[in-house]
Design a protein around this ligand. Structure first.
Ligand code: 5GP
Ligand code: MG
Length: 502
């Protein structure tokens, strides 16, 4: 169950929460298109509306009117490769003896089976296969025995893996990040309340101000009247495991993560891509939309740097000066049909290939008779780049050079990104030269891991690099880890499961 989702939570002084929640999940639509949901509380009762589909289709005005109260949480769910499955739409909501709970989860636990088995042994029955329900039951159980903060801490003690959660316990809204902070979460000030959101773009949409990121291992509890929030640093890890892919692809470019505007990080990645692998061509063009910021940084750097191969009659080998023509043209060479969904969810390879042509079409005048550099954020299966090279050559490009703003993806993601299995990843068993040959490009270069750490302003040791190194920051069955982490032992069942292995 790989879910790469968006979560929000709000607590307001007087206004109803439904509309701010609706707008904020709308702002996070890129993080998940499979289902959308909101859970609110009016001090007496919990209200929920969860539907499959896009945010704009999932809620009618009456649905929002029915979501009463000034606190609540919301969620958009990422499609899994298995297609739609209504059981796992979120927020998950349920009422227990300890009160009502709503839970919205971004991330992926790696010890769900242990925790579920332990809870089943204690009489909990589950209605879904998802890990969110497991968290909800565990938390409900702990809430019977201890106060809110202690209950959350006990639940976090048992969970292993990646999670950014927004939680509504009756009319108290909370946000929490796993101790290594794999998925993002931030706090915003709305003037008459507070908001928690996966990305700051959602805070902007509500007209609020970004306060700061929620820290790894931190629990943030919003006051019921929206007047302030409390912070509890429940866990601290020597190292973080922030997903580098948020900077490269997933987050909106207008979001701020770790104090950095994602757009500027991507432009810097593009500049470093030029520095690491320059190629002089007539035109630099992005793969829209995900390659845009990279391509503009790449072209900018290309036009600043001294010439690689000064032509004899040019006289000097100096950099471009104001009166000189830019060395490379930066142009739109590909038009995107914005109504086509994300190609990777197409179940068969044939459908995926057709979809690339449906989604992208070359602009002939930009490419005909020219040597072009096309820039994208990443290569996963290689479908997009293979099709693109072919399309551009059909449109008359003489040479097609591919530059990628991420390192080769060699291993699956277990942390909530629905990527692909190892066999499907084009770079998992190929050298860069072999990938170049497979996609048919005249040259191919990826970006280094260090360039990403430097551009994001993070230590390499504080990033989750599992998909590009094959070494994970969590203890995952049959995989290696890049740090000193251990799964918590969960109840008797975990001990039994461990001993029955041998
Ligand atoms: P490929 O066609 O090589 O399988 O995928 C690469 C394309 O998918 C790139 O254009 C990139 O923007 C996009 N992409 C990169 N990472 C992901 C991801 O985790 N999920 C999805 N759905 N698309 C991705
Ligand atoms: Mg793309």
């Amino acid at each position: 169950m790989h879910e790469k989702c968006g979560v929000v939570g709000v607590s307001l002084t007087e206004r109803g929460a439904a509309r701010p929640l609706y707008y904020s999940i709308y702002a996070l639509q890129h993080r998940g298109q499979e289902s959308a949901g909101i859970v609110t509380h009016d001090g007496f009762q919990q209200y929920a509306h969860v539907e499959t589909g896009l945010v704009g289709d999932a809620f009618a005005a009456e649905d929002l009117d029915g979501l009463r109260g000034s606190v609540g949480i919301g969620h958009v769910r990422y499609p899994t490769s298995g297609g739609t499955d209504a059981c796992c739409a979120q927020p998950f909501s349920v009422s227990f003896k300890s009160g009502s709970l709503g839970l919205a989860h971004n991330g992926n636990l790696v010890n769900t089976d242990d925790v579920r088995a332990d809870l089943e042994e204690r009489g909990h029955a589950f209605t879904t296969q998802g890990d969110t329900e497991v968290i909800a039951h565990d938390l409900a159980h702990n809430l019977l025995e201890s106060d809110l903060v202690r209950a959350v801490k006990r639940t976090m003690d048992r969970l292993h893996g990646s999670y950014s959660l927004t939680i509504a316990h009756d009319d108290t809204v909370m946000g929490v990040r796993d101790p290594q902070g794999n998925r993002p979460l931030c706090i915003g000030d709305l003037g008459d309340g507070y908001v928690l959101a996966s990305e700051s773009a959602a805070i902007d949409t509500l007209g609020g101000d970004l306060v700061r990121d929620v820290r790894p291992g931190e629990l943030v509890v919003l006051a019921e009247d929206g007047s302030n929030f409390d912070s509890y640093q429940l866990f601290s890890s020597p190292r973080s495991a922030n997903c580098f892919f948020e900077y490269v692809y997933f987050a909106r470019p207008d979001s701020v993560i770790g104090g950095k505007l994602v757009y500027e990080v991507r432009r810097e990645l593009g500049r470093r891509l030029w520095a690491e692998s320059p190629v002089e061509t007539d035109v630099v063009m992005p793969v829209p939309d995900s390659g845009r910021a990279f391509a503009s940084g790449y072209a900018e750097a290309a036009n600043e740097k001294p010439r690689l191969d000064p032509s004899g009659d040019d006289g000097d080998a100096g950099g471009t000066t104001d009166d000189e023509e830019p060395r490379v043209e930066f142009a739109e060479g590909l038009m995107k049909n914005r109504y086509v969904g994300r190609t990777f969810i197409m179940p068969t390879q044939d459908e995926r290939e057709r979809a690339v042509r449906l989604k992208l079409n070359p602009i002939k005048s930009t490419v005909e008779g020219k040597s072009v550099t096309v820039i994208d954020d990443s290569i996963v299966r290689g479908t997009t780049s293979t099709q693109l090279v072919e399309l551009l050559k059909e449109a008359g490009a003489e040479e097609v050079h591919v530059r990628i703003g991420a390192p080769p993806i060699v291993a699956p993601c277990y942390m909530g990104i629905d990527m692909a299995s190892r066999e499907e990843l084009i770079a998992s068993d190929r050298t860069t030269e072999e990938v170049r040959d497979t996609i048919g490009a005249d040259s191919l270069a990826y970006l280094s891991i260090d360039a990403i750490a430097q551009s994001a302003g993070r230590e390499r040791a504080d990033l989750c690099l599992g998909c590009v190194t094959g070494e994970y920051p969590y203890d995952i069955d049959d995989e290696t880890t890049d740090r000193d982490v251990q799964r918590p032992a969960v109840g008797d069942s975990a001990v039994r499961a461990a001993s029955s292995d041998d």
